[in-house]
Design a protein around this ligand. Sequence first.
Ligand code: HEC
Ligand code: HEC
Length: 98
Amino acid sequence: MLHQKEIRFARNYRQQPPLVPHSIDQYQIDLRANRCPSCHDWTVADVHRAPTPSMTHYLDREGNQMDTIAGTRWCCKQCHVPEADTPELVDNTFKPSN
Ligand code: HEC
Ligand code: HEC
């Protein structure tokens, strides 16, 4: 298993979804179950001292504001990956623009 670092990693590019600074091994996501909002949803985030997802996470495809996380943002791990200092899977020369 890859161990989490104690420090926060800098983003690799400006628009990068924030990396997850904690373990997510036990947090399975499927159609019904999703542990992430149980700490991060704006209604409970204070209790868990977790940052609230920005309001973009509560917009549906038509841009309507919703009370719960949008379906398009349900699979958190699609965008937010845990921090890990690993070798590149494929050699590349990526440099972020300024
Ligand atoms: C048990 C509560 C809990 C659960 C469940 C949880 N988180 Fe977190 N999460 C936190 C806390 C607390 C922090 C803040 C940690 C810190 O600041 O060091 C955090 C931080 C984050 C951050 C960093 C945000 C930023 O602005 O840098 C991301 C991204 C994140 N979590 C994503 C997830 C995802 C994705 C899941 C589900 C796979 C998840 N979390 C499940 C409590 C939780
Ligand atoms: C389609 C990609 C995508 C998905 C899916 C997604 N996020 Fe995000 N998330 C982002 C991006 C990009 C940002 C940074 C820009 C922003 O805040 O909109 C972000 C920001 C965040 C932040 C930090 C907000 C802040 O102000 O520091 C948290 C916490 C977070 N997301 C949690 C979640 C959780 C929990 C889920 C699943 C319920 C999730 N995200 C699903 C892309 C995504």
